[in-house]
Design a protein. Structure first.
Length: 493
């Protein structure tokens, strides 16, 4: 029997209506009701018109909220049947107890050895909020207790974990408390530590095996997007795991091709690197079904998530299955990669081993910097900087795309309006070499698209991944000239 949610029941689900920002109230309230299981899978929601009348909102506000949640995979729009709640893994309650401690418990910013050129995904250092950061350092350090100035808690400063949990709940829709957060030195360290735990069978052992099962056996397989970040692949291999490439198309990762022998998948669903696509709602659900079927982990790199320019960012995958999705993020894209500050939101079975691995790796992350980031988040300065950065980076991206469209009308740039890079296709390997040389000579961050493949002997696609964050409007002509010299827009020879 089909269950229908009566329009008048919406207020009971959503709670009291606020005086302002009703669109966000509607989105957040519906998201929480679905994730927490208060509205059952298969429930048919009221029509946009009936919901608007019941809530006293415009129909456009209701339609926008529903479209956002359909894009996140929480709702499904079915012709002639209406909008229904998607079937998701059972949602646990927010975890309140601290995890067990002690034994047993690239181009995208992932590091490589030695000096490295400017990454295509790094922000403009000129935008770093120096004054706000200086105030945050002063206020954060002033608030530290004497006990905080010993060796750090390897899980992270409690004040920062609280601030991050609040921020991620609001900005990314995450299902998280401070007990679920582990502070790390960037996504690179997070991935390296998690890969080592996977390789040792400590967080996602193969069926019938236990801790240490990876020793003396075949390397643990981790599914990765193909193309993908070279730095991420290096970290996975260095940790003793085997990356297995899964193709990416316009809807993101080809979930129908996920390998059965993989124990985890590393994905960038908000803005795939390097192709710039978003993981489609049906594939979000398919990815989680694959993870649940084999008790696997999904490592969600929240790459570029907050830098969406044409709409509110899609929420993370993590709240759809907090027991299997591990959310990774950092301040490298918005503030600076010089601040080695990142976070992991993980289920209890991962938090304990991860904290222990972090303790063995470096005894914990710098406390004064953690305190400063907590103060930046708590004061609202982080959010103000985010709004400013979105405006600047969107303007630069638009200027570059407009110039390319005018000078090279044959060029097709894919991906959504987000992030700090874009991909320009080229007719072959020689053109790729010319473009890379020309853009580097113009001090524009760039890397060849052919270098982002996982296991291809001969790349099937050529192009360049161009960093846009530092390309100011006077620099656009140099980018266009370099791509024109490489034959951008011409068909393959």
């Amino acid at each position: 029997m089909t269950t229908r949610l009566a329009p008048e029941a919406l207020l009971l689900v959503l709670g009291p209506r606020p005086a302002r920002d009703v669109g966000r109230w509607l989105q957040d309230g519906l998201r929480a009701a679905v994730v927490e299981g208060r509205v059952a899978a298969g429930t048919v929601l009221p029509s946009g018109r009936d919901a608007a009348v019941a809530l006293g909102l415009s129909r456009g506000t209701v339609t926008t909220a529903v479209d956002v949640l359909v894009g996140e995979g929480l709702l499904v729009s079915r012709p002639r049947s209406g909008v229904v709640v998607a079937a998701l893994p059972a949602a646990p309650s927010l975890r309140g107890a601290p995890p067990a401690r002690g034994p047993g418990a690239g181009s995208t910013g992932y590091g490589t050895a030695g000096p490295r050129p400017v990454s295509v995904g790094t922000p403009d250092p000129a935008l770093f909020p120096r004054a706000a950061w200086a105030r945050a350092v002063r206020d954060g350090v002033r608030g530290l207790a004497d006990a905080d100035l010993g060796y750090p808690d390897p899980q992270g400063l409690p004040a920062l974990r609280e601030a991050l949990a609040e921020h991620l709940r609001r900005s990314r829709g995450a299902h998280v408390t401070a007990h679920d957060v582990v502070v790390v030195s960037g996504v690179a360290q997070a991935l390296a530590l998690l890969a080592r735990l996977l390789a040792a069978g400590r967080v996602a052992p193969a069926p019938g095996s236990g801790p240490g099962a990876g020793a003396g056996t075949e390397p643990v397989t981790v599914a990765v997007e193909d193309p993908s970040s070279r730095g991420a692949l290096e970290l996975l291999r260095d940790a003793g795991t085997r990356p297995a490439g899964v193709p990416v198309d316009a809807d993101g990762l080809r979930t129908d091709l996920l390998p059965e022998d993989a124990r985890a998948a590393l994905v960038t669903p908000a803005h795939q690197f390097p192709l710039g696509v978003v993981l489609a709602p049906a594939r979000r659900r398919a990815l989680l079904a694959w993870a649940a079927a084999g008790d696997r982990l999904v490592l969600e790199d929240d790459y570029d998530a907050e830098l969406r320019y044409d709409r509110r960012p899609v929420a993370s995958v993590q709240p759809l299955d907090p027991e299997r999705v591990v959310l990774l993020g950092s301040v490298s894209k918005l503030l600076s990669p010089a601040l080695r500050l990142g976070w992991v939101v993980a289920p209890p079975r991962v938090v304990g081993p991860l904290v222990e691995a972090k303790r063995h790796a470096d005894l914990g992350t710098s406390v004064p910097e953690q305190a400063a980031l907590a103060a930046l988040l708590g004061s609202g300065a982080y959010q103000r900087h985010l709004r400013r950065a979105r405006v600047v980076y969107q303007r630069r991206r638009r200027a570059l795309l407009a110039a390319l469209g005018e000078a090279l009308p044959g060029v097709t740039v894919g991906g959504v309006a987000a992030g700090l890079h874009l991909v320009v296709p080229l007719p072959g390997p020689a053109a790729e070499d010319v473009a890379v040389d020309g853009l580097r000579a113009a001090d524009v961050p760039v890397e060849p698209l052919s270098g982002t493949g996982v296991e291809r002997a001969e790349p099937t696609e050529h192009g360049v991944v161009v960093g846009t964050a530092r390309v100011r409007e006077p620099d656009v002509a140099r980018v266009v000239d370099a791509l024109r010299a490489a034959g951008a827009g011409r068909p393959p020879a």
